[in-house]
Design a binder for this molecule. Structure first.
Ligand SMILES: Cc1ncc(COP(=O)(O)O)c(C=O)c1O
Length: 492
């Protein structure tokens, strides 16, 4: 129990400011006793900041600054706050990509010249035709709730796109439009997975897959893939982990964070294994489908024979159309799964933003695979990829699988782990190397452990060529300050 003095102030909220760290298991045992004063009749309005450490070891530190004791002589009442959390939420990891990106932004805002290569966000402006459609929608009264599943016109346009570009036949009631593909994935997982189920997550993975699975109560089963296999899941690896609990398999192609793209024959071999497991469904995350570098080609898993019935196809507008802030994505799947996800959405957020839906329609009207506008962006990404691959492969000790899509590089920097840094200290792992690159070289990258591969770092090349070149030269300078371990040098 913890007693906290607080002063009534003119705020209608109770602000608990908790800094860094998860409340985790310890949180359930925490009870916070607050001595407060009523502010207005009918409510207890006060702002409070906590000044304490969690009592059990391993608990988080909590920000502290005690408000002054009341000076007006009024008596205090006692309120008890229970700070315990839903154990599933307490166990969630927060997104490291967001953490690094936010830290880099804060440094930049304070005047430090950081090059931000951490966020998974195209640096291009949303194409003009899309913006205009959004403005038009706002000005013309398209500002009301839409049907929960999305407007019929947008769902029809999505069906048309899926038929034309992906060879997939869906009806509008098999489409659910959401506030971003992340929500589409979360709802799909919640719809089909629960306690006792297992979801197969090939690593390296997009940071949110395992956490979304945990939130559903199911268990993520992480299957590591190898750089030498271009980080692609091998059918025999899949076979080994499947059992009667297996409910979901995640496939992401082109992949975040590796940029790997499954070939048709890879997918066919995976489909042959999937077909043997009647309970197994597949989440096919196709959000990077248009950002792909020929000769690599995108294939929709649901288009493979026998896979339509068990595939939950997820896509969205954030990446190809540079629409991250518009928050628009969708799920396409057999009706029972879409209906279940629709029910979840109806209780969480209702339909996606009406203005964004009109903008999304304009995006789909840009033409096949986004037409010229998207082709221009992909061309620019390709030039950046080529330049970055060349530079990274020239760095001693760095290994790389050449990405075929998306806008990330995922180099293996492990030969620098354990290196001594000139002037003192060692860099022991990907986290410390990223800290070094951020603090000393002013380049923000994300450590690979966030994606389930601790040997690597993720570099987003959604930045100008000048920035990318400057970033690599800063990294090279930083690495020159390091003395690698003998074993790392000789095994290179
Ligand atoms: C692989 C993958 N899937 C889904 C998403 C979610 O995209 P959004 O919610 O912006 O549509 C992202 C975003 O980074 C991603 O990289």
């Amino acid at each position: 129990m913890l007693g906290i003095q607080c002063r009534p102030v003119n705020y209608a909220t109770v602000a608990l400011s908790v800094a860094h760290g998860d409340l985790n298991a310890t949180a359930s045992e925490e009870r916070l006793s607050v001595h407060s004063q009523p502010w207005r009749t009918g409510g207890c309005h006060f702002r409070l900041r906590i000044q304490k450490q969690f009592i059990k070891s391993g608990g988080p530190s909590v920000t502290r600054a005690m408000a002054p004791a009341p000076s007006n002589g009024q008596s205090q009442s006692t309120v008890e706050l229970d700070l315990s959390l839903n154990p599933r939420v307490a166990a969630l990891k927060s997104s490291k990509t967001m953490f690094v990106a936010d830290k880099a932004t804060a440094m930049k805002d304070s005047g430090i010249d950081v090059i931000k290569l951490a966020a998974g966000e195209p640096d291009f402006r949303t194409p003009q035709a899309i913006v205009e459609a959004g403005v038009w929608a706002a000005q013309n009264n398209h500002t009301r709730y839409t049907p929960n599943a999305g407007t019929l016109e947008l769902r029809k346009a999505i069906c048309h796109k899926l038929q034309e570009e992906n060879g997939l036949t869906y009806q509008p009631d098999q489409i659910l439009v959401s506030n971003g593909a992340k929500q589409s994935i979360a709802q799909a997982v919640m719809a089909v997975c629960g306690p006792g189920d297992e979801a197969i997550v090939p690593a390296p993975f997009w940071v949110s897959y395992p956490e979304i699975v945990r939130l559903s109560g199911a268990t993520p089963v992480i299957v590591p893939t190898l750089l030498d296999d271009d980080f692609l899941l091998k059918p025999e690896q899949l076979s080994k982990v499947l059992n009667e609990k297996s409910r979901l398999l995640f496939l992401c192609s082109p992949s975040n964070p590796t940029g790997s793209v499954y070939k048709l024959e890879d997918l066919e071999a995976i489909a042959a294994i999937v077909a043997k497991h009647p309970r197994l469904l597949v989440v096919a995350d196709e959000i990077y489908e248009h950002i792909i570098y020929s000769p690599a080609k995108h294939y929709s898993f649901a288009a493979l024979p026998g896979m339509w019935e068990r595939t939950l196809t997820v896509n969205g507008f954030s990446k190809a159309f540079s629409m991250t802030g518009w928050r628009l994505g969708y799920l396409a799947a057999p009706k029972p799964f879409v209906a279940a996800a629709n029910k979840v959405q109806s209780q969480l957020t209702s339909g996606a933003c009406s203005i964004s839906q009109k903008a999304g329609l304009a995006a789909l009207n840009l033409g096949y695979a986004g037409g010229e506008v998207v082709a221009e962006m992909v061309k620019a990404f390709r030039e950046r990829r080529d330049a970055m691959v060349k530079k990274l492969l020239a760095i001693e000790g760095v290994k790389l699988s050449i990405p075929q899509g998306a806008f990330y590089l995922f180099p293996d920097f492990s030969s620098y782990f354990g290196a001594e840094v000139e002037g003192g200290g060692t860099v022991n792992d990907a986290n410390e190397l990223c800290e070094f690159f951020l603090d000393k070289c002013l380049v923000a990258l994300v450590p690979g452990d966030a994606f389930g591969e601790p040997k690597c770092l993720r570099i987003s090349y959604a930045a100008s060529v000048e920035e990318l070149e400057e970033a690599v030269s800063r990294i090279e300078k930083g690495l020159k300050l390091m003395k690698r371990k003998e074993s790392a040098v000789s095994s290179a």
